[in-house]
Ligand binder design. Structure first.
Ligand code: FES
Length: 150
């Protein structure tokens, strides 16, 4: 089985996995980083979102062999103590209901704000559009992203 040296949250991790194994399962099953969630498995819901060199990607559909030298950030590595502005805003607005999709929401929001620190309401809506929340916390998500941008 091939082995891969992955840069995750600032640390190097060696894993052995079939080349088509989605990054999501390497994170969860090989490395016990279970903050990243499985929702649909077909890149449609956003629950599995992580950063790859700062870009939001869906780890359920990214083969581990495609990661290469790129740096991965998961929800565990966004901040050590929940102090990232998006996490702070999430707490302030009390966004989560069941919570299942929230890691993916936060990873999408943080990648978006890193590139667009002063977004309009419309831009926030568009950026978060592809992240599904079964509890429909969309209004609070919008507010929290706007708050984090301040
Ligand atoms: Fe990856 Fe739904 S689990 S997008």
């Amino acid at each position: 089985m091939p082995s891969y040296h992955l840069k995750i949250n600032g640390e190097s991790h060696a894993v052995e996995a079939c080349e088509n194994t989605p990054l999501l399962w390497v994170l969860r099953d090989h490395l016990d980083m279970v903050g990243t969630k499985f929702g649909c498995g077909i890149a449609q819901c956003g629950a599995c979102t992580v950063h790859l060199d700062g870009n939001a990607v869906r780890s359920c559909s990214l083969p581990v062999s495609a990661v290469g030298e790129k740096s991965i950030t998961t929800i565990e590595g966004l901040s050590k103590d929940g102090s990232h502005p998006v996490q702070v805003a999430w707490k302030e607005i009390d966004v989560p209901q069941c919570g299942y999709c929230q890691a993916g929401q936060i990873m999408t929001a943080s990648a978006f704000l890193a590139k667009n620190p002063d977004p309009s309401e419309e831009e926030i809506k568009n950026a978060m559009h592809g992240n599904i929340c079964r509890c429909a916390t969309y209004n609070r998500i919008q507010k929290a992203v706007a708050l984090a941008a301040k």
